[in-house]
Design a protein around this ligand. Structure first.
Ligand code: TMP
Length: 245
């Protein structure tokens, strides 16, 4: 394999150029950060696990009719993706109150929302990814009104699919974050990753508020057994995909 040039290093992934300008290689790292990288650590095998989970979910979402940047996974911790220009938005969908929603509104953790809540955050580490209003999003020209409508709709469709999928895994999908990009035809593709780093996942079989956590909150809140939880999520995803074929 030729040595590709590194384009970008993020907190969880390194992006490389390939011989095809339309294709990038994403290498998933074991590094873990939280609270805008104020907390740093590493989760053994996280790169492989998150790349494998994301690959399975992107393939399932494609079957469901959602266009994603996923091409294939040549190695457990590497994904070939379509080159896109990432929109500087973090799109969060919530089904159950947790995390910053509880901190900022006073809602109790675990409150079931009457309908999914879609929120847009400004993807900007220096500013700490602040929550946007619609008007601020347009003020900063982060996306056009048409793009925002398409993304809002896609986020809800992804939620419909993922809620059902995680349920088949015995997992409640509390909330998650998506990123979108524009391809060379200005088409909006679902990008980045979908993994225990970017979703809150609660084990349906566990009532205990700490024991049920199967996502990065184990790392954020020092709950222990982080790698085991990620491994367990991967095993359940593989089983659910296998049962569909
Ligand atoms: P929050 O409750 O901290 O706003 O997080 C909402 C969801 O977004 C949760 O599933 C974790 C995910 N998330 C990321 O993927 N990256 C981030 O930088 C943050 C803050 C949250």
């Amino acid at each position: 394999m030729s040595v590709y040039s590194q384009l970008y290093e993020g907190k969880a992934k390194i992006l490389y150029a390939t011989e095809d300008p339309e294709v990038l290689l994403a290498d998933f790292k074991d590094d873990a950060t939280a609270f805008n990288a104020q907390k740093r650590g590493s989760i053994i095998n996280k790169g492989k696990i998150n790349c494998s989970i994301s690959s399975q979910l992107f393939q399932q979402l494609e079957i469901y009719g959602i266009k994603t940047h996923y091409i294939d996974s040549p190695h457990p911790h590497q994904m070939r993706v379509k080159a896109v220009k990432i929109l500087p938005l973090e799109v969060v969908v919530r089904n159950i109150a947790a995390g910053s929603l509880c901190q900022q509104t006073g809602l109790s953790v675990g409150t079931v929302l009457k309908q999914p809540l879609v929120e847009f955050y400004y993807k900007n580490d220096q500013l700490g990814d602040p929550l946007l209003t619609r008007d601020r999003l347009f003020l900063l020209e982060l996306a056009t009104p048409e793009q925002v409508d398409v993304i809002h709709n896609l986020a809800l469709q992804v939620n419909e699919f993922l809620r059902d999928f995680w349920q088949q895994c015995g997992i409640t999908l509390v909330d998650f974050k998506l990123e979108f990009g524009l391809d060379s035809q200005q088409q909006i593709l679902l990008a980045d990753e979908i993994s225990p780093d970017t979703c809150r996942l609660w084990n349906i079989a566990e009532a205990d508020p700490n024991r049920r956590v199967m996502d990065k909150d184990r790392f954020r809140r020092d709950l222990g057994n982080v790698e085991n939880a990620y491994q367990e999520v991967l095993q359940r995803v593989l089983k659910a995909v296998e049962s569909k074929t």
